[in-house]
Design a protein around this ligand. Structure first.
Ligand SMILES: Cc1ncc(C[n+]2csc(CCOP(=O)(O)OP(=O)(O)O)c2C)c(N)n1
Ligand SMILES: [Mg+2]
Length: 817
């Protein structure tokens, strides 16, 4: 067995007992993990859990990987990684089953508090108050998401953080950053299935990691299939390492280090990971570990069986090359230098048997806890409903409902609350005290469950944006004016001086300071580490932001134009916007996304798909400043908060002169607060961003016709007018017009819903509400194209005038007919 040479060498270094114990512990863990997969599948098939996707077949490779995983390191992986999580002590069997059952107590199911299906792993990196834990005292896993390759962009950022920490001398001396890094020695471990390497996200991240030279160890678990679709249809040359061979570094050129190993070959796996991680950790070289011949004994998931698509030969191979069977073979054949053996077959069988029992016991404990949670609700509801039955004329019918619930097989909360609702409907109009008690209990439970299933979409810490109070900009006597871009730039200068953990990056951000020069001179001043150019790759620009923000840095990820945010919307929506929610407050990534848009030229530099963005990105804040003073004030707020946000600077505003505040870097725009820019009595006009400035011109024109418009800038779409200032304005004007440059029924529909429904302003209106939006086609090129595509001053004037004409035709006779 030539493959044993590495281990034989090892045995010279450590005493045989130590070596033997390690191998046996590995075997034991592999067995426990396998038994968890086997039992997990049964739990789904018998109806206790809804869906299962397991890590069987990948155990041995993951144990080898985990040997190299150190405190402070990070994982960004996918649903097959249960054995890594167990091996790094961040998942036990009880938690594994708790997740399968959707246990909502985050103490019992720490990855997501039951919000994610099992197989989606995460560690708790912030505490109950939203404060960072010491990430150097634990092994970390960023929170998994289901979209295949969705872990890639974030992985890049997690690895890049080590690079920043290694090379950023200022941070090394600041105490708080010692809980994020030790001189950048941390590795980011990525895992992905062979089929998911077909996704663009994989290629984009791999190329960027090679360019950036970050310590990322990318493992591909190659089991030859993506559900039923074989490698033949997934990967060029049916081999990801062959496909990526051009990434291999050479003596002359930087690149990746590429390793190949086999998923059942324990000694080779151990040796490979040792080499792979060493080069990544020490030299900051990205590494690909292509783990071939991985198997999948139970097929893809509980949704089907692999006999449908694997032929007999493959199924036979899966049996013969089962990772645990091969591991067992290795142990039994092993002979040390002096003829020592590791274990006998009986001993190994006993380990397997005991693993089975451990798993069964842990599963039972998880189920008992899970039942306890719903059981308490069940018991309380039954008692309260029985009391209602006793006092109600409808007692017989109520008792029938109670009986139905009592007979239900393992009832869940849905069954309990559904029965309570049915009973309450039966006693509507009655006045008994038991009924009141049931109603009060139910309302309290609704709140509890809102929290249980809906908390932490946004930060709940003291650093939540709603807790960051505004500070007005101040102005000197000299009435100094400057281009908008200079106000932004000088404000960034202040922020970068104050917060050494801020880094910014994007296309053209570094050398030239951005396409609009709002970072001009920043790279010279703060260096290439903090102000850098990236490739054209919006998805991973966002991923850099997410990963670095998860490791204590404050990234400002720049997307060159709003229209290209679409390339990043997947990672914004799937990963960033869901992070706090999907971990139930266990992780955060306060990335600031900076972009510019709304109006300039042509189809792809004038878009304003705000409806799409705010609907895709609930969970992040969306700021829509109308000028750069406002934008800078928003950055000043956001840097003090611990939440992700998107700021869309008005693209046509960089060279517009604005008064220069004297307190740059200090003044703050409070998010969720609107600004009444012009007071008026006839009509409330609501707008934001670039179009706001056109609306402001129209308001001046309307004044000449005797129409007094209250002009309100919402400033932020998420959050939206938290004080309900708009409905207060409508109490005065009773007429509402919304001017928005998204397509019809885009952001304007959202704004209308906020004002009419959420703020209950419908009954304040004397005229029908009017929305002025862009045309549904993309905006045409040129100034006339803009005029006829987007809301223009004449559209806005005409729509406002029309409202007043309808209200008082004598005073405001039509000027168009
Ligand atoms: C973006 C996206 N598309 C499709 C799916 C559905 N899906 C889930 S797993 C999977 C196959 C993944 O195969 P592979 O990457 O080889 O991982 P394996 O399950 O084989 O370990 C697919 C298509 C998904 N989750 N995300
Ligand atoms: Mg696969």
């Amino acid at each position: 067995m030539s493959k044993n040479t590495v281990l034989k060498k090892e045995t010279n270094k450590i005493d045989f007992e130590g070596f033997k114990n390690e191998v046996i512990a590995d075997y034991e863990l592999a067995c426990v993990s396998r038994e968890a997969s086997l039992l997990g599948r049964r739990e789904v098939l018998t109806g206790k859990a809804k869906f299962g996707i397991f890590g069987d077949g990948k155990e041995v490779a993951q144990i080898a990987l985990a040997k190299q995983f150190k405190d402070g390191d990070f994982r960004s992986g996918y649903y097959r990684d249960q054995t890594i999580m167990m091996a790094i002590d961040q998942l036990n069997v009880q938690q594994y089953f708790a997740a399968l059952y959707a246990e909502t107590d985050e103490n019992l199911e720490p990855a997501s508090g039951g919000r994610q299906m099992g197989g989606h792993y995460a560690t708790r990196n912030i505490d109950k108050n939203g404060e960072w834990k010491n990430l150097m005292e634990q092994k970390n896993s960023s929170a998994d998401i289901s979209p295949t390759a969705g872990q890639m962009a974030r992985l890049l950022g997690l690895a890049q953080a080590s690079k920043v920490y290694r090379n950023h001398d200022e941070l090394k001396n600041i105490e708080k950053f010692k809980s994020f890094s030790n001189g950048g020695n941390e590795v980011a471990f990525g895992t992905i299935g062979d089929a998911s390497t077909s996704e663009g996200q994989f290629w984009e991240a791999m190329n960027a990691a090679g360019v950036l030279q970050v310590p990322m160890v990318m493992s591909v678990w190659d089991d030859g299939y993506g559900i039923s679709v074989s490698k033949k249809f997934q990967t060029i040359k049916e081999s990801i390492s062959e496909a990526l061979s051009g990434f291999q570094r050479t003596d002359e050129k930087k690149g990746f280090e590429i390793f190949k190993t086999k998923g059942w070959d324990y000694p080779h796996l151990c040796a490979t990971y040792e080499k792979a991680v060493k080069v990544a950790r020490e030299e900051h070289i990205p590494v690909l570990v292509h783990v071939e011949e991985v198997n999948q004994p139970q097929g893809h998931s509980t949704s089907g069986s692999h006999e449908r698509y694997k032929d007999d030969a493959r199924l036979q191979w899966e049996k013969e090359f089962d990772a645990i069977e091969k591991f067992k073979e290795f142990i039994l054949k092993f002979k040390g230098e002096n003829g020592e053996t590791i274990a006998t077959e009986e001993e190994l069988d006993a380990i397997r048997k005991s693993a089975k029992k451990t798993v069964l016991d842990q599963k039972k404990a998880a189920w008992a806890d899970f039942r306890k949670g719903t059981g308490a609700d069940f018991d309380a509801a039954i008692q309260l409903m029985k009391n209602v039955a006793n006092e109600s004329a409808n007692g017989t019918f109520i008792n029938k409902e109670i009986e139905g619930l009592e007979k239900a097989f393992e009832p869940i909360r849905k069954d309990v609350y559904n029965t309570v609702n049915k009973v309450l409907r039966l006693v509507r109009g009655e006045k008994g005290s038991a009924r009141t008690q049931l109603i009060n209990w139910y309302k309290g439970k609704l709140e509890e469950n809102k929290e249980r299933y809906g908390s932490h979409l946004y930060s709940a810490s003291k650093y939540a944006v709603e807790n960051i109070e505004g500070i007005a900009p101040t102005y000197g006597d000299d009435e100094k004016m400057d281009d908008g871009r200079m106000i932004l730039r000088d404000n960034f200068m202040k922020l970068f001086e104050k917060h050494p953990e801020i880094v910014t990056f994007g296309e053209d951000t570094g050398k030239i300071g951005g396409v609009n020069q709002s970072m001009e001179g920043m790279q010279e001043k703060f260096g290439e580490l903090r102000v850098s150019d990236t490739g054209i790759r919006e998805n991973t620009i966002l991923g850099q932001g997410i990963g670095m923000a998860m490791r204590g840095l404050r990234p400002i990820a720049e997307i060159q134009y709003l229209d290209y945010l679409l390339y990043a919307i997947q990672v914004i929506s799937d990963d960033l916007a869901t992070l706090q929610y999907r971990t139930k407050g266990g992780q955060k990534a306060p990335v600031i996304i900076r972009t510019r848009g709304h109006r300039l030229e042509g189809i792809w530099h004038s878009g304003s798909p705000m409806g799409m963005i705010i609907n895709a990105a609930r969970g992040i804040h969306v700021c829509v400043p109308r000028n750069m003073t406002q934008a800078a004030g928003m950055y000043n707020t956001l840097i003090e908060a611990d939440e992700p946000a998107l700021v869309i600077e008005p693209l046509n505003g960089y060279r517009v002169k604005e008064a220069v505040p004297t307190n740059l870097g200090e003044y703050k725009i409070q998010l969720g607060k609107v600004e009444i820019v012009n007071e008026g009595t006839d009509l409330t006009l609501v707008s934001y961003g670039s179009t706001f400035n056109i609306a402001a011109q129209a308001v001046k024109e309307l004044e000449k016709a005797g129409i007094s418009v209250e002009l309100i800038d919402v400033q932020t779409l998420l959050p939206f007018d938290l004080d309900h200032t708009i409905s207060k304005s409508l109490e005065k004007t009773s007429r509402l017009m919304i001017v928005d440059e998204d397509v019809s029924s885009g952001a304007s529909a959202y704004i209308l819903d906020q004002i009419l429904v959420k703020q209950k302003a419908y009954y304040l209106l004397d005229s029908e509400p009017v929305t002025v939006s862009a045309n549904d086609h993309r905006p045409a090129y040129g100034t006339d194209g803009d005029y006829f595509s987007k809301p223009n001053i004449d559209d806005i004037y005409a729509a406002a005038y029309q409202i007043m004409n309808e209200a008082d035709p004598k005073e405001f006779p039509s000027f168009l007919d």
